[in-house]
Design a binder for this molecule. Structure first.
Ligand SMILES: [Ca+2]
Length: 277
């Protein structure tokens, strides 16, 4: 049986070869017909069924190989997916003369460039009740991020920061800020700040928003944006002259009439952090 199959195999490919040589292209079904000329009908059927079973096995092997490849590819994707994520950050600022009318700085009200970072829990950008770093002080008082960015680079060298997060500010409120950033499970926290301007040392932002935990990556998180007092300048109006506070006072929510009314603190806007699909 085995010899017959080998002979048939040989004859088959010889037939195909002749056809290829004479016509310049292969026609498998014609090749089978050619083989049948010198063979008994039953052998031809055996031959065909063997070819079919080889094809079936071959087809199954291809399918299995494809499934295995996809499984390996997917396993890789899942693994990579679980370790890093890309997020879209959107800030919607509603601050205006109607939301916060007290001494509202018409024509001048704006937000400085947004600066932030993804990081570990070993560091923080700002903490309620603690004193401001010199990096935070400069952003809160002048909207300049030079010192803070140098600090972030230093943290990066110690692997406490994953990514620097930056975006344009808002030249005239109300308005929106938008950017995307990547992070990994090693730097699961997000902090961003921007100066509420003009002002002595007021800023807004979020600190240590957790994007990854034992439950996995957060899909979407929406938080209110409050106005904070950095405690580094003693001015108490939007246009107050510089009056450095020494020693620095603690960082606290700003509760002057500028952002506080009978309903409580006035929200500056909303930040939405959404994982990209
Ligand atoms: Ca100061």
């Amino acid at each position: 049986m085995g010899d017959i199959a080998v002979t048939h195999h040989y004859l088959f490919w010889q037939a195909v070869k002749v056809l290829i040589d004479s016509t310049g292209h292969a026609n498998i079904s014609t090749g089978l017909a050619f083989v049948k000329v010198d063979e008994k009908r039953q052998r031809s059927i055996n031959y065909k069924s063997r070819r079919q079973s080889i094809k079936k096995v071959s087809k199954r092997a291809s399918c299995l190989s494809l499934i295995l490849s996809l499984a390996i590819f997917n396993a890789g994707s899942v693994s990579a997916d679980s370790k890093q994520a890309t997020y879209k950050l959107e800030i919607s600022v509603e601050w205006s003369a109607s939301t916060a009318p007290f001494e509202f700085p018409e024509e001048a009200a704006h937000l400085s460039s947004l600066v932030g970072l993804t990081h570990t829990d070993q560091i923080s950008l700002f903490v309620d009740g603690e004193t401001a770093s010199s990096g935070l002080e400069l952003v809160a008082e002048n909207g300049r991020a030079g010192i803070l960015k140098a600090q972030i680079e230093e943290w990066m060298r110690k692997d406490r920061v994953g990514a620097l997060v930056e975006a344009d500010g808002i030249k005239s409120v109300p308005g929106n800020i938008s950017t995307t950033f990547k992070t990994t499970v090693d730097h699961p926290l997000l902090s961003v700040i921007t100066m509420v301007a003009p002002s002595p040392d007021w800023f807004t932002g979020v600190s240590a928003v957790r994007l990854y935990s034992d439950d996995g990556w957060v899909d979407t998180i929406e938080l209110p944006l409050w106005v904070w007092d950095a405690g580094t300048d003693s001015g108490n109006t939007f246009f107050a002259k510089n009056a450095d506070t020494q020693p620095h006072e603690s960082i606290r929510l700003l509760a002057t009439s500028h952002f506080f009314n009978s309903d409580g603190l006035i929200k500056l806007g909303t930040i939405t952090i959404e994982r990209n699909r």
